[in-house]
Write a protein that binds this ligand. Structure first.
Ligand code: URA
Length: 438
C-alpha cells in the first residue's frame, strides 16, 4: 500500500532541501489538478521549489506528472512526422505564423498549440485572431482532423491539456515564483508534449526584450528543456537567440500577420530571416526530413519560391474560418484610424532600438494586455521599424505608429522617442543566433 503524501510533509521535505520521490511530486501535481491541495499549500510548495531548486530527476518527474494531469493527444494515425517550435517569447516574435506553414510545405506536420500575449510579449493567438473570422478554439478532434488534412493546425490551449499547469502558472504569476528554471521547464514541456508531437525545437530568447535577460540563464533553461524532453522520448533542440531589438519591422497583431504574409512572399528583414530559417532547419533535421542544414534550408526556400508555404498558410486560414482574402489583400486586416511617423532627431546610423521601449509603446496603444482578461486591439501597433545599422536622414521615419486613440498615440510616441539611438558610427553587425543546445 502506498503511503499518503500529505501536502505539509511534501512541502517540509522540499523546504529542507530533500530530493523528492516521484510519488511526492505526483501528489503535488494531482493536488493542483483536483483541488485536494489548497492554494496556500501549492504556493508554499512553489516557493520551496523556487528557493531550493529541483534536481534533474525531480524536474523530469514534475514535467511528466503535469503532462499526465490532462489529455495527451494521440496523433499516431497521421503518418507524417510531427514537429513543433516553441519560443520563450520576445518583442515582434511572429515567427510561428510563417514558420509553421513553411515546415508543413516540406511535408512535416505542425501541430501547434499556442498562447496569448501577456505583459510585454505578444501572443500567436492574438495575432491570428486579427484575421477576420479566424477561430483558434478548435476542439481536439477538429485539431486532429485538420492536421491530417492540411498538415497544419494552430490553436489555443484547451481545458483538457495540462490542467495542472493552468492552475500552477496562475499561482506562480502572483507569488513571485515564475523565474525558476525547473518550474518553467515543466510548464512549457507539459503543454508542448501534450500536443502529440514527435520532436520539438525551442527558441530560447535572451536579452532586454526577453523573459531571460542574460545568456547564462537562457543556456541553463535550454539545457534543462532539451534534457528533460529527450528523457521523455521526444528529441529536442534549442537555439539561443538574441532579443536586443524587436524582431522584424512590426510589433502588434494585424501588422505582424501582414509581416508574416510578406515573409511567405519572400520579403524579410535579416534578423527575422535568420531566426526563421535557423529554427526551420532544426525542425526538418530533427524530423528526419532533411540530410543536413543546407538541404533543410534549400527545402524551406523552395517552399517560399514556389508559393507552397503561402498556400499552406491560406489553407490554414480557410480551414479555421478566417477570411483567406487577407493573404492577397492585407488591407482586409483591421486598420487603425490614426497613423503617425516618428522622425529621427538627427541624421546617422541606427545604433539601438530598445525592444522594451517599443513593447511598452505597443502595450500603451492597446496591442497587448497587462492582465489576462484584458482585450487587445488588433489594428494598433508599431510598424516600419528601422533596424540597427540602418542609415536615417534627419527627420526620416524611425517607425510608424498606428493608433485608435489620440492620447494613447501621443503617449506611445513619447515612449518610442526614448527607444531609438542614432549616432555617427555604423554599429558592429549583430549576432542573432548565439548557440545551439541538444
Ligand atoms: N512560458 C510558459 O509556458 N511557462 C512558464 O513558466 C514560462 C513561460
Amino acid at each position: 500500500m502506498s503511503t499518503p503524501h500529505f501536502p505539509q510533509h511534501v512541502i517540509a521535505r522540499k523546504r529542507d532541501g530533500a530530493e523528492l520521490v516521484r510519488e511526492e511530486i505526483e501528489a503535488f501535481a494531482r493536488g493542483a489538478t483536483d483541488g485536494s491541495w489548497a492554494d496556500y499549500q501549492l504556493s508554499a510548495f512553489l516557493m520551496a521549489c523556487y528557493l531550493r531548486g529541483l534536481t534533474p530527476r525531480e524536474t523530469g518527474f514534475l514535467t511528466e506528472a503535469m503532462l499526465r494531469s490532462g489529455v495527451v493527444v494521440d496523433l499516431s494515425e497521421i503518418p507524417a512526422r510531427k514537429a513543433d517550435k516553441h519560443s520563450t517569447g520576445g518583442v515582434g516574435d511572429k515567427v510561428s505564423l510563417h514558420l509553421a506553414p513553411m515546415v508543413a510545405a516540406c511535408g512535416v506536420a505542425v501541430p501547434m498549440i499556442s498562447g496569448r500575449g501577456l505583459g510585454h510579449t505578444g501572443g500567436t493567438l492574438d495575432k491570428l485572431e486579427s484575421i477576420p473570422g479566424f477561430r483558434v478554439g478548435l476542439s481536439i478532434p477538429e485539431y486532429r482532423a485538420q492536421l491530417g488534412r492540411i498538415g497544419l493546425s494552430l490553436i489555443g490551449q484547451t481545458a483538457e491539456l495540462a490542467p495542472a499547469d493552468r492552475k500552477l502558472y496562475a499561482l506562480r504569476d502572483v507569488t513571485a515564483t515564475v523565474e525558476c528554471i525547473p518550474l518553467i521547464c515543466a510548464s512549457i514541456l507539459s503543454k508542448k508534449l501534450a500536443e502529440g508531437i514527435d520532436v520539438l525545437v525551442l527558441d530560447v530568447k535572451f536579452g532586454r526584450g526577453a523573459f531571460m535577460k542574460d545568456r547564462a540563464r537562457a543556456l541553463e533553461l535550454a539545457q534543462t528543456l532539451t534534457t528533460v524532453s529527450k528523457a521523455m522520448g521526444k528529441p529536442a533542440r534549442a537555439l539561443l537567440t538574441s532579443m536586443e531589438e524587436p524582431l522584424g519591422h512590426a510589433v502588434g497583431n494585424a501588422v505582424e500577420v501582414e509581416e508574416s504574409i510578406a515573409f511567405l512572399r519572400g520579403a524579410s528583414s535579416r534578423d527575422l530571416s535568420e531566426v526563421t530559417y535557423a529554427l526551420g532547419e532544426q525542425m526538418l533535421l530533427l524530423a528526419g526530413t532533411a540530410r543536413d542544414l543546407a538541404d533543410a534550408r534549400a527545402r524551406l526556400k523552395a517552399g517560399i519560391d514556389s508559393g507552397a508555404a503561402l498556400s499552406k498558410f491560406r489553407a490554414m486560414v480557410e480551414a479555421q474560418g478566417g477570411d483567406p482574402r487577407v493573404v492577397d489583400d492585407p488591407l482586409r486586416l483591421p486598420q487603425a484610424s490614426l497613423r503617425r511617423a516618428l522622425g529621427s532627431p538627427r541624421a546617422g546610423f541606427v545604433q539601438d532600438v530598445d525592444p522594451m521601449g517599443v513593447a511598452l509603446a505597443a502595450l500603451r496603444l492597446g496591442a497587448g494586455r497587462a492582465r489576462a482578461e484584458d482585450p487587445v486591439d488588433p489594428a494598433v501597433g508599431v510598424t516600419s521599424l528601422v533596424k540597427v545599422g540602418d542609415r536615417v536622414a534627419e527627420g526620416g521615419a524611425l517607425c510608424q505608429v498606428l493608433a485608435n486613440d489620440g492620447r494613447a498615440l501621443e503617449e506611445a510616441l513619447g515612449l518610442l522617442r526614448g527607444a531609438f539611438v542614432v549616432g555617427d558610427q555604423a554599429p558592429a553587425p549583430r549576432v542573432f543566433i548565439d548557440g545551439r543546445v541538444g
